[in-house]
Design a protein around this ligand. Structure first.
Ligand SMILES: C[S@@+](CC[C@H](N)C(=O)[O-])C[C@H]1O[C@@H](n2cnc3c(N)ncnc32)[C@H](O)[C@@H]1O
Length: 233
């Protein structure tokens, strides 16, 4: 390892996700991953100031889902909003294969996948180019010594603020109490976002347009789900 490699390693952000591989893919998932990801993925290397509308046939707004897991929410939202372009970010290979299956089984044309760390995409996206972002049940990293690996922290919310248009929205959800507190502080504490809740039910009840995922129903956290919607100031 030369000095440049050592510097690259130091500059790499702390990893916020767990395994990216693991269980063997089903034969269909394997085939989809090998033969269809090239069609659906955001091309790499990422150009600087990528205008995400260039990735879609439609000229509607662009929404981003960060850490889409098995893709259930991404696919359902994309089916419900065919005039909106969706970019789903997820480094977990099985999740990407499931999302490709969901996209193709539903005949969707308005989804692109970034099968890697979302923070790399955020760095490349043109400022103000995204209308809405979902960060739903991000990895909780519950142990104290792991908490530095949580995705939502001030550098991340600043990167989201950069790509969102004024008035753009973010939805964050978690069932880990300390993560809800941290996220509220990271979003609303920096002056770049305002929390849109007007009553307790706004954060205690799932929003009307939410689509429940399998992960969410496992209820692995230490509190009931907390729903935090923010608006870019
Ligand atoms: C606990 S799962 C929840 C999945 C999904 N949002 C849901 O609610 O079902 C969190 C997901 O975020 C992904 N993730 C974590 N860090 C990420 C990052 N930096 N960029 C993109 N995805 C990330 C993980 O790989 C994992 O699949």
């Amino acid at each position: 390892m030369d000095a440049k490699d050592r510097k690259d390693l130091r500059d790499r952000p702390i990893r916020t996700f767990g395994r990216t591989g693991g269980r063997a893919l089903s034969p269909r998932q394997q085939t989809l991953f090998e033969t269809r990801l090239g069609h659906w993925r955001v091309p790499a290397p990422l150009p600087p100031r990528l205008d995400p509308q260039d990735l879609f046939i439609t000229t509607g707004p662009v929404w981003l889902e960060i850490g889409f897991g098995g893709g259930e929410h991404l696919v359902a939202q994309a089916a419900a909003h065919p005039g909106t372009g969706f970019i789903g970010c997820e480094p977990f290979v099985e999740g990407v294969a499931k999302a490709i299956a969901g996209i193709e089984d539903n005949g969707l044309k308005n989804v692109r996948l970034w099968p890697d760390d979302a923070r790399l995409l955020l760095e490349a996206l043109a400022p103000g180019s995204v209308e809405r972002v979902f960060v739903l049940f991000p990895d909780p990293w519950p142990k104290r010594r792991q908490q530095k690996r949580r995705l939502v922290q001030p550098a991340f919310t600043a990167a989201l603020a950069q790509v969102l248009m004024p008035g753009g929205q973010v939805r964050f959800a978690t069932d880990v109490a300390s993560y809800a507190d941290e996220a509220l502080l990271a979003f609303a504490g920096g002056g770049l976002f305002e929390w849109t809740a007007t009553c307790a039910d706004d954060w205690r009840r799932p929003p009307k347009d939410h689509v429940t995922t399998r992960y969410e129903t496992k209820k692995l956290g230490d509190c009931a789900p907390v729903w935090l919607d923010f608006r870019r100031v």
